[in-house]
Design a binder for this molecule. Structure first.
Ligand code: BGC
Length: 390
């Protein structure tokens, strides 16, 4: 018995420049993560492009990634740096030669030092960047994400201060959200004007929020409102809605995550990785919810796990569980177009560090040697056959 996915369904993996390339001139450069690792060389993707393109092509017919904005554009409104454009064009060309569709993310948590979403000119500057990126890469890229997970960006950079610029200011957070939303709209229109056939969307971070204590009802409700309604409603001028899904957060009354309350999920006998509770069935509910609310084609832009001790069996179970949930949504008639596994390689997990391993491939920290984990062959075969054995 098995589950067949539609012909042409996108199966691929996802990364972000800051997490896999050597750190450029941006606010994350040299930051020390929770596990003590320092964001500098990460996994030297820019020096392994040929090999990485082969790996990526073996893992599906699509790849979601982002170019490094700080390297591409060194000042506001400046033409993109030719050598950097060529470096990416060469890499994207390689992927296209292997019939891999590219989804390009323009803003994935990092920006050049000369840019801040707080500034009044930010939306216009972002439009300029997006439109130049379309000129530079539009012939090679089929899908675009203007902004990765605006809700998480605003929360981590401007509400809880965990990510640069490390602010905790709701008024600035509100302004930044408005600028992200306007930047998205301006970019969308400028890009569509250049290439009407390109598919441009947003990627929303989604989790299931639930209350397991009367005092958890309000925080769960507010999180739901913020992540599933308030922020996504700012990004509706899209051709598709991207869904990034990692699990469930229950409020009991404090949030039950491995990051904020280590050991608590274990105490309750709940399956989890180093960050979140395993809750694949929630993905079907999320897909239903976003389909009903926005009525646009959906793409799972990220889903993955960072198992304790990098237990790869957990990863295989997790891929199976989430693809089953995705298939259920398809069978209900929801227009789901693809699934991107996070991530192709073990990489630098932002403020937590490189010991949080999400990859289908491991990367040696000294030699940068890439090695497939068993889950890589498992996922590659699903992607190749558009079929999940259950
Ligand atoms: C982000 C990725 C991150 C992943 C795992 C997503 O929210 O887009 O950059 O590595 O979650 O935490």
């Amino acid at each position: 018995m098995g589950l067949a996915f539609p012909h042409g369904f996108l199966f691929g993996t996802a990364t972000a420049a800051t997490q896999i390339e050597t750190a450029s001139d941006n606010a994350w450069h040299g930051l020390k993560a929770k596990d003590g690792s320092v964001l500098l060389e990460t996994i030297e993707h820019e020096k392994h492009r040929e090999e990485d393109a082969d790996i990526i092509a073996s893992l599906g017919n699509a790849y979601r990634c982002g170019p490094d904005w700080p390297r591409l554009q060194t000042a506001p409104y400046k033409p993109l740096a030719k050598t950097v454009v060529n470096e990416y064009r060469d890499f994207f060309g390689r992927l296209r030669d292997k019939d891999v569709y590219i989804m390009l993310v323009l803003h994935h948590f990092t920006e050049p030092r000369w840019f801040s979403w707080e500034g009044r000119d930010a939306p216009e500057m972002f439009r300029d960047y997006a439109s130049r990126a379309m000129d530079a890469f539009g012939d090679l890229v089929s899908f675009w994400n203007t902004i990765n997970e605006p809700a998480v960006y605003v929360q981590t950079a401007y509400l809880n201060g965990n990510h640069p610029p490390h602010k905790r200011n709701p008024l600035i957070a509100y302004r930044v959200l408005k600028h992200l939303s306007k930047g998205h709209r301006l970019a969308y229109r400028a890009m569509k004007e250049k290439r009407p056939e390109s598919q441009i969307g947003i990627s929303n971070n989604t989790m299931v929020f639930s209350a397991e204590h009367p005092l958890g009802i309000i925080p769960a409700g507010l999180s739901q409102l913020y992540f599933h309604n308030y922020v996504p409603d700012h990004f509706t001028e899209v051709d598709f809605v991207g869904i990034s899904y990692y699990g469930r957060i229950s409020f009991a009354p404090l949030p039950l995550t491995e990051i904020m309350a280590p050991g608590k999920l274990e105490e309750r006998g709940r399956k989890h990785d180093m960050m979140w509770e395993y809750y694949p069935q929630g993905l079907t509910d999320i897909l239903r919810r976003y389909w009903k609310r926005y009525g646009k084609p959906l793409i799972i832009t990220e889903n993955g796990c960072c198992p304790v001790n990098d237990d790869d069996t957990y990863r295989v179970v997790s891929i199976t569980g989430h693809l089953r949930a995705a298939h259920e949504a398809l069978s209900e008639g929801i227009d789901l177009r693809g699934y991107f596994h996070w991530s192709t390689f073990d990489n630098f997990e932002w403020g937590l560090g490189r010991s949080y391993r999400f990859g289908l491939y491991s990367v040696d920290e000294r030699t940068f040697e890439r090695k497939p984990k068993p889950s890589a062959a498992f996922y590659a075969s699903i992607a190749k056959n558009c079929y999940l054995e259950v």
